[in-house]
Design a protein around this ligand. Structure first.
Ligand code: PLP
Length: 366
C-alpha cells in the first residue's frame, strides 16, 4: 500500500523524465519455448562445465575484482582483433556502456541521434540521462538508411552521440558501408557502431577504428552465447576511452564474470560452432517463413528474423503463438513501420520446428 503522502513525495522528487518513462518489460517465459530475446539456445557440454566450475573454484569472492579486468581485457583484445593502439572499455553488458557514453557526452541539451525502428535502450538511456533524443526513420520498405534524412538531422541537431546498430535490431539488416561512413564523416561528435550481432555476419568496423577520430565500436558477449554473464565492450581511440572510463563504476565486472568470460573465450571454438549452426538454421527458418502464406519475413544478418503478418493480425498471432507454448517478440504498435510485425529468435532446429508449427496453427485459426 502506498500512502497519499508517499505518492506526493514521489511526484515532487522523482525527475519528470524518469516518472514519464515505462520500465523495461521482460515477460515471464516459464514453460514456454523462449524465442523472444536473441539468446543462443545451446548450453555447454558436461565436460566443459566441469572445467569451467573448476576454474571458478579458484576465484576468491572476499576480494574486489581487478578494477581493470586486465586478464579478461587481454583475452578480449586477442579474440576480437582489437588494434593494439586502440583503447578498450568493458561494461556490465553493453547496455551499461550506452549509459556511460550518455553520462560522458550528454547533459546541457545535447542530442543522441539514432534510427527508428531501432534498439530501444538508446532512447531509454537518452531520456533518463536528460539528453535530447532524435530518432530518424529508416527508409521503406527494406529498412535501409535514409542517409539524406540522417545528414540533415545531424546538421540540424549537432548530435554529441550517434548510435547505429549494424545489423539493426529489430529489423535484422546490415546498412551499406558507404552510407555509414558518410555519417561518420559528417557527425560532429561520436558515432558508435553497435555490433551486438557480429557473430552472425561478416561485416565489422573494428579494422577501421584507426582511421576515424570519432568512430567507436561496441560489442557484447550476450548474443554469442553468454547473455547471463553480462559483458560488453567498447573499442576506439584511447583519448575517448580514457574519458568514458571515468564514468565507469569501479569493479563493474564482477570476479565470476571476469573468470567465466575468459574461460569462455579460451573455448571460443565451441561458441563459434554454435553461432555457425544458428546462422545456417536462420536460412532454413527464413525459407520456411517465405514459403508460408500470410507472413513475409525480412532478410536478416542477425540471429533473429522480423516478419510481417497480414492486415491487423500481428498481436492476435503473437497471442496465438503464446497459447501454443511459443514466446516471441510482438513489435506491432512499437513503431508505425512495424505494424503487424513480430520478431523470432533463431533457436535449435527443434525449437524452430515448434515455432513454425505453432505459427501455422495460429495463422489458420484466426
Ligand atoms: C541485445 C543488444 C544489446 C545489449 O546487449 P547487452 O550486452 O546484453 O546489454 C545492445 N545493442 C543491440 C543492438 C542489441 O540488440
Amino acid at each position: 500500500m502506498t500512502s497519499a503522502e508517499t505518492t506526493a513525495l514521489v511526484t515532487r522528487w522523482v525527475r519528470p523524465a524518469v516518472r514519464a518513462m515505462a520500465a523495461y518489460q521482460v515477460p515471464d517465459a516459464t514453460g514456454l519455448v523462449k524465442l523472444d530475446a536473441m539468446e543462443n539456445p545451446y548450453v555447454w557440454s558436461h565436460d566443459l562445465r566441469q572445467a569451467w566450475t573448476q576454474r571458478l573454484c579458484e576465484v576468491d569472492v572476499n576480494r574486489y575484482p581487478d578494477p581493470h579486468a586486465r586478464a579478461l581485457a587481454a583475452t578480449v583484445r586477442d579474440t576480437m582483433g582489437i588494434p593494439p593502439d586502440a583503447g578498450l572499455l568493458l561494461g556490465n553488458g553493453s547496455d551499461e556502456i550506452i549509459q556511460m557514453l550518455a553520462v560522458t557526452l550528454g547533459g546541457d541539451g545535447r542530442t543522441l541521434l539514432t534510427v527508428e525502428p531501432g534498439f530501444v535502450m538508446y532512447r531509454m538511456i537518452a531520456e533518463f540521462t536528460g539528453m535530447q533524443y532524435e530518432g530518424v526513420p529508416l527508409a521503406s520498405p527494406a529498412f535501409s538508411l535514409d542517409t539524406d534524412a540522417i545528414l540533415s538531422a545531424i546538421e540540424r541537431t549537432g548530435p554529441a552521440l550517434v548510435f547505429l546498430a549494424v545489423p539493426n535490431n529489430p529489423t535484422g539488416n546490415l546498412f551499406a558501408e558507404a552510407d555509414i561512413l558518410r555519417i561518420v564523416e559528417s557527425a560532429p561528435g561520436v558515432v558508435v557502431i553497435d555490433e551486438a550481432y557480429a557473430p552472425f555476419n561478416d561485416q565489422s568496423f573494428i579494422d577501421r577504428l584507426e582511421r576515424y577520430p570519432n568512430l567507436l565500436v561496441m560489442r557484447t558477449m550476450s548474443k554469442m552465447g553468454l547473455a547471463g554473464l553480462r559483458l560488453g565492450l567498447l573499442a576506439g581511440p584511447r583519448a575517448w576511452i580514457d574519458e568514458i572510463d571515468k564514468t565507469r563504476l569501479p569493479y563493474n565486472i564482477n570476479v565470476l564474470t571476469q573468470e567465466s568470460a575468459r574461460f569462455a573465450l579460451e573455448h571460443k571454438a565451441v561458441l563459434d560452432a554454435q553461432t555457425d549452426q544458428i546462422r545456417a538454421d536462420r536460412e532454413t527458418l527464413f525459407k520456411a517463413l517465405s514459403d508460408m502464406s500470410g507472413v513475409s519475413p525480412f532478410p536478416s544478418d542477425a540471429n533473429f528474423i522480423l516478419f510481417r503478418t497480414g492486415n491487423g493480425r500481428g498481436s492476435m498471432i503473437h497471442r496465438g503463438l503464446r497459447e501454443r507454448g511459443v514466446l516471441i517478440k510482438n513489435l506491432d504498435g512499437a513503431h508505425p513501420m512495424l505494424a503487424d510485425c513480430l520478431r523470432v529468435t533463431v533457436g535449435t532446429p527443434e525449437e524452430n520446428r515448434q515455432f513454425l508449427a505453432a505459427l501455422d496453427a495460429a495463422l489458420s485459426s484466426g
